[in-house]
Design a protein around this ligand. Structure first.
Ligand SMILES: O=C(O)CCC(=O)C(=O)O
Length: 318
């Protein structure tokens, strides 16, 4: 198997990440269609690797997703959906109700059974911004739904989220499903760390920049490496304390983490979507009939391996 190297990542970068990206020229060309202060946001993306849109999310979709999540938690034995608790991946049906209440619970790709989730992933402000980043329609690769803080140590997504055919065509949105409290284990990120001269490339073994099943190095070593790079570059983390309705978008090479939960009684309901471009979407993830949800210029394709899953209320009421 050929090893994936830093060069592979560099060669697959979208236009905006290249040394001489002409943001001004690009904005001049498309500004008629821009729905926000595009020049400022694209510069922010180049410099910080993260942008925030306040009050950009439809809160009725958030309510519908919260109803879906409550339904799923009550009826989890009836559903086929991946879930992860502290690194253990199983079908949600195999976890107990108490497991589903613990910290670090993630539901994987709920958007495949929740229309509300798919529509949240395709929030207009997000898809419009990512279309500019990729110069191609954004497509949902996967989503993660959190009930409590993840406390996940520092990481970058692409060593784990790497099924896209253009490795560096990767970004994520983080949507709070409630106002986020400082003691609930909020998301934190290291602005500017998406620049590879700052974050470098971690060697998972044999020169590979991806975590493979047999990797010699661990996610904890990856976190230690990133924390030491952040210290060396004097990059301070920023903690994201959004209100319901806000959304943050991060670059696929941005260092981020789930901070410590200081009050275990608090929930931290949030919804993450990872995207690639239509050009980078893995053909094997797309059904031959192209079925899925399309909105605001983005796509959330149905997965071919979920041919007839039971759907959550926001989908079945349609
Ligand atoms: O929300 C969090 O605490 C972390 C989310 C995250 O790291 C991810 O989805 O890649």
């Amino acid at each position: 198997m050929p090893v994936t190297t830093a060069q592979d990542w560099i060669e697959s970068r979208p236009w905006i990440d290249r040394e001489f990206a002409d943001v001004h020229g690009y904005v001049e060309k498309v500004s008629g269609r821009a729905r926000h202060d595009l020049q400022r946001k694209l510069q922010e993306w180049r410099e910080r690797g993260v942008v925030i849109f306040e009050r950009a999310v439809d809160v009725s979709l958030i309510d519908a997703l919260l109803d879906d999540v409550e339904y799923l938690r009550k009826h989890h034995r009836d559903f086929e959906l991946g879930a992860e608790i502290k690194g253990v991946q199983r079908s949600i049906a195999e976890f107990s109700a108490a497991d589903l209440d613990s910290d670090g619970v993630k539901f994987n790709s709920i958007h495949s059974i929740s229309h509300a989730a798919a529509m949240l992933s395709l929030t207009a402000e997000v898809t419009a911004f990512l279309r500019h980043i990729f110069k191609s329609p954004p497509c949902v690769l996967q989503s993660l739904t959190f009930y409590r803080g993840s406390q996940q140590p520092a990481h970058i997504d692409y060593p784990y989220v790497r099924c896209q055919t253009r490795l560096a065509h990767l970004a994520a949105s983080w949507i709070p499903l409630e106002d986020i409290h400082a003691d609930s284990g909020p998301l934190a990120y290291y602005p500017g760390s998406h620049r590879t001269e700052l974050s470098g490339f971690f060697d998972w073994g044999q020169g590979s920049i991806l975590m493979e099943p047999g990797s010699e190095r661990t996610p904890r070593e990856f976190a230690d490496y990133l924390w030491s790079r952040m210290r060396a570059c004097a990059i301070e983390r920023e903690i994201f304390l959004p209100k319901r309705g806000d959304v943050l978008i991060w670059h696929g090479n941005l260092v981020h983490e789930g901070t410590a939960i200081r009050d275990p009684a608090r929930t931290r309901k949030s919804y993450v979507t990872h995207y690639t471009s239509l050009q980078g979407y893995p053909p094997a993830h797309r059904r031959a009939d192209g079925a899925g949800v399309s909105a605001h210029g983005g796509f959330a394709y149905d997965y071919p391996w979920l041919s007839n899953p039971r759907k959550l209320p926001s989908s079945s009421q349609r």
